[in-house]
Design a protein around this ligand. Structure first.
Ligand code: F6R
Length: 606
C-alpha cells in the first residue's frame, strides 16, 4: 500500500506534492512526509497521522526545493510514528517506497557492519543506505541505484532523489504500480495517474522490473537487465478534480446514495435496453466451451465473487471454483483446460488478486477482470476487462463498487447461461427486467434512512453481532458483518444460517443481535427455522426481509422492511441495508467512517 509521488518542477514543489498525496490518501493515512533537494542538500518534513498534520507542519516550516518526493503511509514495518514516516534518508539519498523489502534484515545487518546508522524501524531505510553505500564505492547515482535494485527482494515502487542533484529523480517498479508523468519542462512520478492528474494527463506506466531515470528534459526507462526500453505514452482519463462529499456528511454516505445511478450505468454497459437482452463483450473464448470458472478476489470483492458463484452455478449450470486470492495463489490449485478465471477488484491493484491473476494466466486460463479503475494493473494484465462504472470510490469501506460488481457479474452469469443453452429468451427478459428494476428499488429504500436510527442505537451498545443468510443471502451476511466491523469496530461474524447450529449458536444470548438476511425466496422456510433456534436461546433477531415479522412465528426485535424483489437480484438490493446498518452504527459511535483505523483503500502488499 502507501502512495508515492515525485516532482521535478520549476517552482517549489512541496505544495504540489501534498496536493498529489491528497489524491493518494486512499492508499494509507498513518503518516505522511515530503523531502526536497534544497541548495544541494536534502531537507524533509514528516508528520504522524492524517495529511493535514503534514500540511500544517509545512506551513510552519516550508520547504523550497524544486525537486522532491512525497509519501502517504500504511504501516507495515514499524509503528505509524513520525520516525517511521517516509521519506527515509541516508547522508545523500532520500527515498519513498510502496511495498515490502523481504530481505531487509540481511541487508540492514550488512550495512550496519559497514557503518550505516539507522534512524527508523522500517524496511525502506535500507534502500537509502544501500544506494549511499554503492555511491561511497565510487558509483554515480544511476549506477548506484542499478546495483542496489539488483539486491532488493520483495515488492516495491520507489521514487528517489539525491543530494547535489537538483535535476535527477529515479523511479523503480517491482510488484507495486508506478506511473511516469510527462509535463512541459517538468516530470513526475506517482503511484497512479490520479495523483498526477492536476499536473499532466500524459502518462507512461512502468512494467514489472522497469526503472526510470527522470530529468526535467524527459525520461529514460530501463528494464531489469539495464537495457533501454520504450514504454508507450498514453493519455490518462483520470480527472484532476478532487471528488467532494457534496451535501453528505461522509464519502461513504454519498457513495451509498449514488448506487441507483451507478448501477444503472453499469447495467447499461452490458445490456441492450431495447430488446431486454444482455449484450456482453467478446471474452475471446467460446462461453459454451468453458469447462470451469475460477473466481478470486479479496474482502468485499470476494463476496461479490461468491454471489457470482451461486448465479453461475444456478443459471449457467457451470462449475465454479472460488477462493480468496491470498489462498488460491499458494494452494497450487490445478486449473482446467478451457478455464475462465475471473478477478474482481475495485482498485485493480490489490497485490494478492494480481498475483493470483498471474498464477492463473501462467496456467493458461482466459483472464477476465471486473474492475473499477480501467488503467489499473489488473485491468492491463487481463485478456478482457469488464468495467464497473461506479466512479471513484473514496470511502475505504466499499459500497457502490460492490453493488456495481454484482451488476456486472449478474450480466456475466446471464451471458454464460445463454451461451450454454440454459436460458430461454423469455427467461432472459424476465431476469434482465429484474436487474433494471434494481435502481428504482434502491432509490425507494434510500428515501427513508430514519428507520436505522433506533437500530443503530441498539447495535452500537453491542459487543458482538451475528449475521446469518442462506443461498444468495449468505455472501450478504458475510458482507454485512465485514462492513460493520471495519467501520464501527464492533466484533461481527457472518455465517451460513444452516451452519449456526454447528458452533456459533453457543454465542447467542439476549445481548447479541442476530441480523438475518431473509428475502422470501425458496430457502426462506429453512431460514425461518434457524431464526426460531435463535429466538429459543433468547437471541434478538433483526429481520431484514420483505416478509411480515408476524409470519415467522417467533419474536423479532427489529425489522428492516424490504420491497418484494426478484430472488435473482436480491443480493444487490439487500446490500443496501447491510451498508446503512454499519454506517449509522459507526456514526453514532463516532469512528472515522471514511478512513477507519488500520485500513487502506488499495492493498498493494501481500
Ligand atoms: C471492505 C473493502 C475491502 C476490499 C478489498 C479488495 O469494505 O473495501 O475488503 O474489498 O481490500 O479491494 P479491491 O476491490 O480494490 O481489490
Amino acid at each position: 500500500m502507501c502512495g508515492i509521488v515525485g516532482i521535478l518542477g520549476t517552482k517549489p514543489v512541496a505544495v504540489d506534492l501534498v496536493d498529489a498525496l491528497r489524491r493518494l490518501e486512499y492508499r494509507g493515512y498513518d503518516s505522511a512526509g515530503v523531502a526536497t533537494v534544497e541548495n544541494g542538500h536534502l531537507e524533509r518534513r514528516r508528520a504522524e497521522g492524517k495529511l493535514r498534520n503534514l500540511s500544517e507542519r509545512l506551513t510552519r516550516e516550508p520547504l523550497n526545493g524544486l525537486a522532491g518526493i512525497g509519501h502517504t503511509r500504511w504501516a507495515t514495518h514499524g509503528a505509524p510514528s513520525e520516525r517511521n514516516a517516509h521519506p527515509h534518508m541516508s547522508e545523500n539519498v532520500s527515498v519513498v517506497h510502496n511495498g515490502i523489502i523481504e530481505n531487509f534484515r540481511e541487508l540492514k545487518d550488512e550495512l550496519m557492519r559497514a557503518g550505516a546508522v539507522f534512524a527508523s524501524d522500517t524496511d525502506t531505510e535500507v534502500i537509502a543506505h544501500l544506494i549511499s553505500y554503492e555511491m561511497r564505492k565510487g558509483a554515480d547515482p544511476v549506477a548506484a541505484t542499478k546495483n542496489a535494485l539488483a539486491r532488493l527482494r520483495g515488492a516495491f515502487a520507489l521514487a528517489i532523489i539525491f543530494a547535489g542533484h537538483d535535476n535527477l529523480m529515479i523511479g523503480a517498479r517491482e510488484g507495486s504500480p508506478l506511473a511516469v508523468g510527462h509535463g512541459d519542462g517538468q516530470m513526475y512520478l506517482g503511484s497512479d495517474a490520479i495523483a498526477l492528474a492536476p499536473f499532466t494527463d500524459q502518462i507512461t506506466y512502468l512494467d514489472e522490473g522497469d526503472w526510470a531515470i527522470l530529468t526535467r528534459e524527459g525520461v529514460e526507462i530501463r528494464d531489469r537487465q539495464g537495457r533501454r526500453v520504450d514504454r508507450p505514452k498514453v493519455t490518462s482519463q483520470a480527472s484532476g478534480f478532487l471528488v467532494d462529499k457534496g451535501n453528505h456528511r461522509h464519502f461513504m454516505l454519498k457513495e451509498i446514495h449514488e448506487q441507483p445511478e451507478v448501477i444503472s450505468h453499469t447495467l447499461s454497459n452490458y445490456m441492450d435496453m431495447a430488446s431486454g437482452r444482455v449484450r456482453f463483450p467478446d471474452l475471446g473464448i467460446d462461453l459454451a466451451k468453458v469447462s470451469r470458472v475460477t473466481i478470486s478476489a479479496c474482502g468485499t470483492a470476494y463476496y461479490a465473487g461468491l454471489v457470482a458463484k451461486y448465479w453461475l452455478e444456478r443459471y449457467a449450470r457451470i462449475p465454479v471454483e472460488i477462493d480468496v486470492a491470498s489462498e488460491l495463489r499458494y494452494r497450487e490449485a490445478p486449473l482446467p483446460e478451457n478455464g475462465l478465471a475471473v478477478f474482481v477488484s475495485q482498485s485493480g491493484e490489490t497485490a494478492d488478486t494480481l498475483a493470483t491473476l498471474r498464477y492463473c494466466k501462467a496456467a493458461g486460463q482466459t483472464i477476465a477482470s471486473v474492475v473499477n479503475v480501467r488503467s489499473s494493473t489488473i485491468a492491463r494484465e487481463s485478456h478482457v476487462v469488464l468495467p464497473t462504472l461506479a466512479g471513484p470510490e473514496i470511502g475505504v469501506a466499499s459500497t457502490k463498487a460492490f453493488t456495481c460488481q454484482l451488476a456486472a457479474l449478474a450480466c456475466l452469469a446471464l451471458a454464460m447461461a445463454r451461451a450454454r443453452g440454459q436460458l430461454s429468451d423469455e427467461r432472459e427478459r424476465e431476469l434482465v427486467k429484474a436487474l433494471l428494476e434494481v435502481p428504482r428499488h434502491m432509490s425507494t429504500l434510500l428515501r427513508d434512512e430514519r428507520r436505522y436510527d433506533e437500530l443503530a442505537h441498539w447495535m452500537s451498545k453491542s459487543r458482538d453481532v451475528l449475521y446469518l443468510g442462506r443461498g444468495l443471502s449468505y455472501p450478504l451476511a458475510l458482507e454485512g458483518a465485514l462492513k460493520l466491523k471495519e467501520i464501527s469496530y464492533i466484533h461481527a461474524e457472518g455465517y451460513a444460517a444452516g451452519e449456526m447450529k454447528h458452533g456459533p449458536i453457543a454465542l447467542i444470548d439476549e445481548n447479541v443481535p442476530v441480523v438475518v438476511v431473509a428475502p422470501e425466496d425458496d430457502l426462506f422456510e429453512k431460514t425461518v427455522s434457524n431464526m426460531q433456534e435463535v429466538a429459543a436461546r433468547g437471541g434478538r433477531i433483526v429481520l431484514v426481509s420483505n416478509a411480515d415479522p408476524e409470519s415467522i412465528g417467533c419474536p423479532v426485535a427489529a425489522h428492516v422492511r424490504m420491497p418484494q424483489v426478484h430472488p435473482f437480484v436480491s443480493p444487490i438490493v439487500y446490500a443496501l441495508p447491510m451498508q446503512l446498518i454499519a454506517y449509522h452504527t459507526a456514526v453514532l459511535m463516532g469512528t472515522d467512517v471514511d478512513q477507519p483505523r488500520n485500513l487502506a483503500k488499495s492493498v498493494t502488499v501481500e
